[in-house]
Design a binder for this molecule. Structure first.
Ligand SMILES: Cc1cc2nc3c(=O)[nH]c(=O)nc-3n(C[C@H](O)[C@H](O)[C@H](O)COP(=O)(O)OP(=O)(O)OC[C@H]3O[C@@H](n4cnc5c(N)ncnc54)[C@H](O)[C@@H]3O)c2cc1C
Length: 288
């Protein structure tokens, strides 16, 4: 990790995260929760600051930009600087407002999230008449086999170790094989048909590489049609949703190598008919 030694500010940190690195950050206060997207201007701000620290960033390929809404607590009248706001957390029980069926947990950070969950579940459980203290501090969280595919590099190592020619690679950027997608789908018995590409992407690294779903979305969808998980146009719609979501992140960094990549993605997805998917609807289960 490379971090500028100065009071926290824009574009001062480069964090490796497995097969990618993340450059950031910017921090803005927002008045509305609608359409929260990183802007091109914010990307440039990060880049200008980042390049002063790591000059090669000028020629580096950027895959996507993302942002999140972080609820932070600030005392009334404090200066509205998100970077200086406390990362402490508060649990509101809303009793003073006469509400005993609502709880709000807000603020906090990754290092305190289990404690936040503990305080919240203790409050909610007590309201439901269960005063047994929450055991999250002493009981390890279960680690389902299906989530191991989120570890960067895991699926590539797994595939190279087995070298099974029958186990085709569906996502070449992140080397996610068919067996990984199968394991994820099979981890939700009875809910296979609801397994969206987003859900598979969260549980693996499908769609997270430089093609941002251009190829892997089609391969995973075809595989799931072959397996009978998807039928009619359901899979195509889910694929369109998936690539649409990925594109939101690609949009602010569309230059250099990422531009022709997205032109190619658009051509491929038009060939698949995503732009005409709603013509002649087949809600009753027509052929894909
Ligand atoms: C922009 C940003 C920057 C941050 N930076 C830092 C930082 O630098 N350092 C730090 O320590 N912390 C940071 N945090 C805070 C940290 O990310 C959170 O405190 C932490 O992720 C909280 O963990 P959690 O498991 O409680 O909730 P979350 O991580 O929010 O997980 C909740 C999960 O539940 C899922 N979910 C929600 N509803 C449902 C439902 N009905 N059914 C099924 N699933 C559902 C959500 O999709 C989500 O995956 C940051 C947060 C943001 C937004």
């Amino acid at each position: 990790m490379i971090n500028r030694l100065r009071p926290p500010g824009d574009g001062d940190i480069l964090v490796p995260g497995g097969t990618i690195s993340v450059l950031g950050t910017t921090s803005d206060n927002i008045a509305t929760l609608e359409s929260i997207r990183p802007t091109v201007e914010e990307v440039e701000r990060n880049l200008i600051q980042g390049m002063a620290m790591v000059p090669i960033l000028e020629q580096t390929r950027f895959i996507r930009a993302f942002s999140g809404v972080r609820p932070l607590l600030q005392s009334a009248g404090a200066a509205a600087d998100g970077r200086k706001a406390s990362r402490g957390f508060t649990l509101f029980d809303h009793e003073a407002q006469g509400l005993s069926n609502l709880a709000t947990i807000t603020g906090g950070k990754l290092t305190t999230f289990r404690m936040m969950a503990e305080r919240t579940s203790d409050l909610v459980a007590a309201r439901l008449g269960n005063n047994t203290p929450c055991s999250t501090a002493t009981e390890p969280l279960p680690s389902g086999a299906a989530v191991r595919w989120t570890e960067p590099g895991f699926s590539a190592r797994y595939w190279y170790r087995r070298r099974d020619p029958a186990d085709g690679i569906l996502c070449e950027c992140e080397m996610v094989p068919e067996s990984a997608v199968d394991a994820i789908v099979d981890s939700a018995p009875g809910a296979e048909k609801q397994m969206t590409l987003q859900a598979i992407g969260i549980r693996s690294r499908v769609g997270k590489g430089s093609c941002q779903g251009a190829f892997c979305s089609l391969r995973v969808t075809s595989h799931l049609y072959d397996r009978g998980v998807y039928d009619s146009r359901q899979g195509l719609r889910l694929t369109r949703e998936f690539v649409g979501e990925r594109f939101k992140g690609v949009r602010p960094v569309l230059w250099g190598q990422q531009m022709p990549q997205m032109e190619l993605a658009e051509a491929l997805h038009c060939m698949m008919g995503f732009d005409h998917l709603d013509d002649g609807d087949d809600e009753n289960g027509g052929e894909a």
